[in-house]
Structure formats: structure tokens, C-alpha cells
Design a protein around this ligand. Structure first.
Ligand SMILES: [Zn+2]
Length: 360
């Protein structure tokens, strides 16, 4: 009996120890719709060691990094498909949040009907308000779901704003803006987005570099359709697209404002583009490029410094030469200039020497 008592004590002891040794298992998948809401989802991510360690590692790496240029076409951002053929890509953003969380069903139905492939950039906020629609869109191979940010904040490492929208305050926030939405979209659709368009399309160079470290290519646009100017006329949107379109162009529009004229304009634009011989592609099906070679802020500053230094040297040289010219008398050089004036200069300047004019 005693033997069994000690044995059960031993088993109890082992069980207790193993319960303490093993961290409590948190089962995140499958998440319910409610758990995918931005606030809840971020809480889940913050409990994941892999997410936090990557976030800390990036923050450390960027500790002494300056933001660099801020804009839509900074270094590290692509805006064109690489093709000489008449192929273009339509991209549509869904920004999310108050007044930006609607769904342009008519537009999407038109794309479906006309079999026009389109890349959809979606925020975590928009998913929160349109979960079922998002899930349905993600299953349609005509559409490619990409990342428009977790909270629709322009990606900055110093809180820079654009159009009154506050950018991410620091590196950690920029990381969350990109990576949290990457993981959220992947958790819902099973596919990790490969492209990211910052809210407002503005981003700083550091943010673009950060995205590349996360394996995400930042996309801006080549043709601004102007559909985001509230209630812009159909004719203006049409002209903005048709006037600027060219092989490889990436066109930016929105599918979260059914009250705007995006869909109506598209119904005029698409037949015209087809008449001109254009066809349409997803971003993922073509290699991408920047419009021009970008010069980083540091390089630009260096170039400007060098230019200023060169100008200063040339100015000094010219002033010195002027001084020499004004003092030079044929056959005699002023003492201070001996050894400083190259012979060629002397020879050249002698015939042009100023001879003092005396009153006759
Ligand atoms: Zn947006």
C-alpha cells in the first residue's frame, strides 16, 4: 500500500512540474471574425514571440536611421510594370475607417462582368467593416489582394503627415502598419501579400526599406486618376487616365467610395482603352520598376555640398585672376604674385593689360 502511495506522490510531483515547465498553450487559429478586428488582432500578435522579436530587431536596426525623402516616388518604391506592350494594371484602394469604409459593389461587379483583373489594396480597418465581402473577393482569382496598411496611416518613422492624415510615429508603429496587416490578410486568406501601398501613397525612404526587409515591395502609381477628389466629374477622371496612360502604367483608383464617380468613369475609360489596344494585368504577373533612378537624401545633400564647394573655388579663382589683371603692368609683376601666377596666365594677360590713363 505504502508503495502505491509513494508512487502516486511521485506521479503528482512530475505532473505539477511539467505543468509549470510548459507555457500555457494559446490557440490562435482558427480565429473568429471578432478576433480579426484590428484591436483584438494586434493584442494576439503582441503575445507572439516571433512577432515581438522581429519588431524589436527591426527597431534596433533602424535606431540611427533618418527618414530620408518623404513622397510618393522615393527610393525603394515601384510605379511601373516592365513591359513595352500595351499592358496596364488597374489598382483600387480600400482605405477604411470613418467615411472610408464603404464598398463600391457596382464597380467590382463591372470588373467581374468585363473580366478585368485588378489589384486591390486593402487596410485592416476596411476588412473590419467588410469581412464577408473581403473574404469573397479574396477567393476570386480575378483579384489580387494586397496590403494598404493596418490602420491607414502613411508609413513614416517620424510621424510625418499627409493630407491631414497622421503618419506612423516611429519604427515600431511603421512595422505594425505593414506587418500586422500582412499577417491579418494571410490569416484570413491563406496568402501573404507581396505588395504594400502606404496610405496616401506617401512613404519615407526608411519605411520603404523596412517594407523590403519584411519581403514586401512598396507600390506607388504611375497614373493618378483623380477619382479621390470627392465627386470629381467623370470627364476629368477619364481625361486624367487617358491622357497619361502608356505601356506598363499602374493606375490608382478606389473601391471604397460608391458615392464618387469612379465606377461611372471606369465604364467610359475601359472601352476607350480597349479600342486603343490596351489589355489589363495584375501587378504580380509582371516585373516592376521605378520611373527613374532615385537619389537618396544623403546623396543629394552630398552632391549639393560638392557643387557649392566647386562654385566657391571657381569664384575665388576668378577673383584672384581679376586682381592679377588689374595690377599687372607689362614687364613687371607685382611681388606678391611671383610664384602664384602660372606662366600661361601671364602670357595671356599681358596683351590685355590695363595701361593707366594719364590726363593729356
Ligand atoms: Zn487609402
Amino acid at each position: 500500500m505504502k508503495k502505491y502511495f509513494y508512487l502516486s506522490l511521485l506521479i503528482g510531483f512530475i505532473l505539477t512540474i511539467s505543468a509549470f515547465a510548459q507555457p500555457p498553450k494559446i490557440d490562435y487559429t482558427p480565429l473568429k471574425k471578432k478576433e480579426f478586428q484590428n484591436k483584438e488582432y494586434l493584442k494576439c500578435l503582441y503575445k507572439e514571440d516571433s512577432y515581438i522579436s522581429k519588431r524589436n530587431e527591426i527597431a534596433k536596426q533602424f535606431e540611427h536611421t533618418t527618414p530620408g525623402q518623404w513622397g510618393e516616388f522615393v527610393r525603394g518604391v515601384d510605379e511601373d510594370l516592365v513591359t513595352s506592350k500595351k499592358i496596364i494594371a488597374f489598382t483600387f484602394d480600400a482605405c477604411g475607417g470613418p467615411h472610408r469604409n464603404k464598398y463600391d459593389k457596382e464597380l467590382i461587379n463591372y470588373l467581374r462582368k468585363e473580366k478585368i483583373p485588378a489589384t486591390l489594396f486593402v487596410t485592416g480597418l476596411w476588412i473590419d467593416d467588410n469581412y464577408a465581402t473581403f473574404l469573397e473577393l479574396s477567393k476570386n482569382p480575378l483579384f489580387e489582394i494586397e496590403n494598404h496598411g493596418f490602420n491607414h496611416q502613411p508609413c513614416a518613422i517620424n510621424g510625418e503627415s499627409k493630407y491631414g492624415i497622421k503618419g506612423t510615429a516611429n519604427v515600431e508603429a511603421a512595422f505594425d502598419e505593414i506587418e500586422a496587416n500582412e499577417q491579418k490578410i494571410q490569416a484570413i486568406t491563406g496568402r501573404r501579400p507581396i505588395f504594400y501601398r502606404s496610405a496616401t501613397a506617401y512613404i519615407d525612404e526608411a519605411g520603404a526599406h523596412l517594407a523590403s526587409l519584411l519581403g514586401v515591395q512598396v507600390i506607388s502609381f504611375d497614373v493618378l486618376s483623380d477619382d479621390a477628389i470627392p465627386y470629381e466629374k467623370i470627364s476629368v477622371i477619364k481625361e486624367s487616365v487617358l491622357k497619361n496612360v502608356k505601356p506598363g502604367a499602374i493606375i490608382i483608383m478606389h473601391f471604397n467610395h460608391p458615392e464618387w464617380n469612379t465606377c461611372e468613369a471606369l465604364k467610359v475609360i475601359i472601352p476607350e482603352l480597349r479600342k486603343q489596344g490596351y489589355s489589363f494585368s495584375l501587378l504580380k504577373d509582371y516585373p516592376l520598376k521605378s520611373k527613374a533612378k532615385k537619389v537618396s537624401l544623403q546623396e543629394k545633400e552630398k552632391q549639393e555640398k560638392e557643387k557649392a564647394e566647386k562654385e566657391k573655388q571657381e569664384k575665388n579663382k576668378a577673383e584672384k585672376q581679376e586682381k592679377i589683371d588689374s595690377y599687372l603692368i607689362p614687364g613687371k609683376l607685382p611681388e606678391w604674385s611671383i610664384g602664384t601666377v602660372p606662366k600661361t596666365v601671364v602670357r595671356e594677360t599681358v596683351p590685355r593689360v590695363r595701361i593707366p590713363h594719364f590726363p593729356l
